[in-house]
Design a protein around this ligand. Structure first.
Ligand code: M7G
Length: 331
């Protein structure tokens, strides 16, 4: 007990130190890179990152998920090359160095060295990262689970009550302690209200991969399984006002949007994903995504739909919940 309290204290001290350093680096960036005598390189919080393992990578998606140590704590760092934007082409062509690799007949290939501002890598840091974060980002085989209403009560619910990710980041957003300046739309109503903001997977540089999340103000709805007709006004409000806000801000009509919930989610606080149709967002496949429009209709036609229906979802090989389904001989 004392040990874990000491660890929590050490963790939180480490987190505070990291937060301070991030703040300093951010302020320097916003002030144009550090001011007199300050080298922004020195504020690079990742300069001391020590890689311990590559959790997964993808040449096609041009990303890499790395586990390591940052300021003495476990961390996960995600690096991702971002799309080339049409509005940067002129600068890219005029401001780059071009090195010829080969020429053959009408064909030639080059290595183009872009100016640094057009060659950024989107970087996400989770620190301190839990073992569950490490597993989330590790490439793994998955298995499709069949969960009846009873399985949810006897297997899933007890598991998620003990094991799920902290939703502190969600509370920070609702309480305006984080990401305040990123909010796209807010309805403060405690029953039907929500906050709409960019998902941290989206760098907001182009609408082609638009990804927003709508987070319900209500805190006691864990997932699809908790939804009843009592929540229809909330779901309809998120759907309607969310679509209007996206149209207003990003000029994307509802016909260009995929609006859905995940089951299972990673974070058990009701939230809805808004992604651009045509963008293959991670987790938008039929085995995990449930269109909000369908969810609303299902609740309208059967008030107990999400209490009684069998739901299917994939779980990774080393997910503890998969172990519980195996123990119960449900897999
Ligand atoms: P999910 O369905 O619970 O799980 O969605 P998933 O991460 O497996 O998809 C949660 C969504 O919230 C994901 O799309 C995350 O990228 C996003 N998200 C997670 N965190 C910790 C944050 C955060 O701190 N800020 C923002 N803006 N989005 C986040």
């Amino acid at each position: 007990m004392a040990d874990s309290a000491a660890k929590r204290e050490a963790d939180s001290a480490g987190t505070d130190e990291l937060a301070q350093r991030v703040k300093r680096a951010k302020a320097d960036n916003e002030n144009g890179g550090g001011g007199a005598g300050k080298d922004p390189e020195c504020e690079n919080i990742l300069s001391e990152f020590k890689t311990s393992a590559v959790l997964s990578d993808s040449a096609r998606e041009k990303n890499i998920f790395i586990r390591g140590k940052l300021a003495g704590q476990e961390a996960v760092v995600i690096l991702e090359k971002t799309p080339i934007r049409e509005d940067s082409l002129a600068e890219l062509f005029s401001g780059s160095r071009l090195k010829l690799e080969m020429r053959n007949d009408i064909y030639s290939t080059y290595r183009l060295q872009a100016p640094p501002q057009l060659n950024e890598i989107k970087t996400t840091v989770v620190c301190p990262a839990t073992e569950k974060h490490v597993k989330k980002y590790q490439r793994q085989e998955s298995f499709l689970v069949e969960e009846t209403g009873e399985d949810y009560q006897s297997i899933t619910l007890p598991y998620i009550q003990k094991q799920s990710f902290s939703v502190q980041w969600v509370h920070n957003i609702l309480e305006k302690k984080a990401e305040v300046e990123r909010i796209v739309f807010e309805d403060p109503d405690p029953k039907v209200g929500f906050v709409l903001l960019p998902d941290f997977k989206w760098d907001q540089k182009q609408v082609d991969d638009l990804y927003l999340i709508a987070i319900a103000q209500q805190r006691d709805i864990r997932s699809l399984r908790d939804l009843t007709p009592e929540h229809l006004p909330l779901l309809q409000n998120v759907f309607q006002k969310g679509k209007e806000a996206v149209l207003q801000r990003y000029k994307l009509p509802a016909s260009k949007l995929r609006v859905y919930l995940h089951y299972q989610p990673s974070y058990y606080h009701l939230h809805v994903h808004f992604t651009k149709l045509g963008y293959e967002a991670p987790g938008c496949g039929v085995e995990r995504a449930h269109l909000l429009a369908d969810v609303i209709q299902n609740l309208q036609s059967d008030p107990r739909y999400y209490k009684t229906r069998t739901l299917y979802f994939p779980l990774r090989a080393d997910d503890g919940l998969l172990g519980k389904f195996k123990e119960a001989e449900r897999l």
